[in-house]
Design a protein around this ligand. Structure first.
Ligand SMILES: [Cu+2]
Length: 176
């Protein structure tokens, strides 16, 4: 098996995450028993931590659903997607990923083709340019953080490419 382009992208993403985490400027976290920022469940809107940064938490569930149907970010932002499989079902039966398609890519066409690529995280080999960012297929309780620059202004689609999921597991990713 050759090294496909997935690895460098994810490496950058993960390194970016570490970089950001280590540079976090929050110093007043102690002695605050009622910190609700970390356990707030984000179900409908994204939280904008600070200018230029979009922090998005999204879950995939055993009901084959994403917890968000729309994600809005600002052009020029660094986007951080924390994707969590919050279900309990086995990965083989109810695995999920979060995949952001390039604009103009036909969602159904891509998803149907992607279902043939189990050995490639259900991403189509040779169509890497059609995908802006994606997580691995996650099993129950697993989490992955992506970080990438927001694409240019426009409307995009995010989907789960696990076979049979895209019909329900899809949403709008809007760059304003
Ligand atoms: Cu799924």
């Amino acid at each position: 098996m050759n090294q496909n382009p997935i690895s460098p992208v994810l490496s950058i993403v993960i390194l970016g995450g570490i970089f950001f985490a280590s540079c976090g400027g929050n110093t007043d976290q102690k002695d605050n028993s009622s910190t609700d920022s970390s356990n707030k469940s984000t179900t409908e809107t994204i939280s904008q931590n600070k200018k230029g940064f979009s922090d998005v938490i999204i879950e995939g569930t055993d009901q084959m659903k994403f917890s968000l149907s729309t994600i809005e970010v600002n052009a020029g932002d660094t986007v951080q997607i924390t994707f969590i499989n919050s279900g309990k079902m086995p990965k083989e039966a109810m695995g999920h990923n979060w995949t952001l398609l390039q604009s103009g890519v036909k969602l159904e066409e891509y998803a149907v083709e992607a279902a043939k690529y189990k050995d490639n995280q259900y991403q189509v080999k040779g169509r890497e340019k059609d995908v802006i960012a994606f997580t691995q297929i996650l099993g129950p309780g697993e989490k992955e953080i992506l970080k990438f620059p927001a694409p240019i202004k426009g409307n995009y689609k995010f989907i789960c490419t696990f076979p049979g999921h895209y019909g329900i597991m899809q949403g709008d990713f809007i760059v304003k």
